[in-house]
Write a protein that binds this ligand. Sequence first.
Ligand SMILES: Nc1ncnc2c1ncn2[C@@H]1O[C@H](COP(=O)(O)OP(=O)(O)OP(=O)(O)O)[C@@H](O)[C@H]1O
Ligand SMILES: [Mg+2]
Length: 344
Amino acid sequence: MVGPAAGIGHQRHMAIVQRPHGRHERNRLSRLAKGVEGSAQCGTILDGLHGQSLAVIERVAASNEGQRGESRKDIIVSMSGGKPHIIVFANEKGGSGKSTTAVHTAVALTVSGHKVAAIDLDTRQKTLARYFENREATTKRREAELETPVYVVLDPLTPEALDQEIARLSVGQDFLIIDTPGRDDPVARAAIARADTLVTPINDSFVDLDLIGQVDPESFRVSKPSFYAELIWDLRKERARADGATVDWVVLRNRLQHLDAHNMRRVGAALAELSKRVGFRTVPGLSERVIYRELFPRGLTLLDKKHLGGFSVSHVAARQELREMISSFALPTHEAAQRELSFA
Ligand SMILES: Nc1ncnc2c1ncn2[C@@H]1O[C@H](COP(=O)(O)OP(=O)(O)OP(=O)(O)O)[C@@H](O)[C@H]1O
Ligand SMILES: [Mg+2]
């Protein structure tokens, strides 16, 4: 991975250049490029993948192929060699949907047959842990079978304790989900630097976008990347220096309001521009839906169809959205489990 030494703020185009090392990697990339170029998704895949490792590019390409019902024989490409794949949900902007999406992702992976552990770094609100406590209480109260991942609240809240907890929970797990607080925090930074996949949910508003990039007030074109993009850039460099790994940074649009198509388009255009400069990919997000606010007291998710009661058309649409969100993360899931992820 080759990045600009001067840092993000001095760089007009900040895409990291992926340089394949050696004949083997070059051959793999060229095989992949042929497959990708032959598909309708070519632009989308390549635009959002500046600077990603071959493993990430391959997983996203394979996952997109899978969604189009084509061959998916190469879908399982593990980046982590036996260690769990670490997914960190982070945005220092509060209330952007980190805990909601972290819980749904953790439960989706668990019910599809993966071993999942979760760490809550928000030691004050503990939303993720409280969510799972509520889920366990519902399991008892209703004598229901609600699969729940292993979860802990990090204590003490230090980078050293985080490393110990990651090491402890890594044994036998496929995925480790880390939910972070909606503020700048040294332990959240440490978690980002350990992520294989970094998910940043943002509310579909220029207020939230401002952390990642500033826009011109007249044209709404991106004028420059902001401090949070710089922070992630630095942490990705730190990670690359530490073990050569690249972080797949995924920006997830949350609380989309389809009635406000104008705003959605403008925010979408700004994100598309920023994604090329900063090196993230934007994935289909979740709409604004009352159900996401109602699930918490029972610890339920949209996957718990049997327990939701009064399952409606809007639930079907919400589950479809969720399925697309998780598929778009292009995680190294088991193939059989990937089918389950469709939770039809
Ligand atoms: N798609 C959605 N539609 C409707 N409400 C949502 C949606 N996503 C999240 N919410 C609601 O928005 C609020 C904030 O969500 P959540 O707690 O997941 O955000 P967060 O980023 O974890 O917040 P914090 O920064 O405080 O940890 C909650 O009340 C949640 O129920
Ligand atoms: Mg939270």
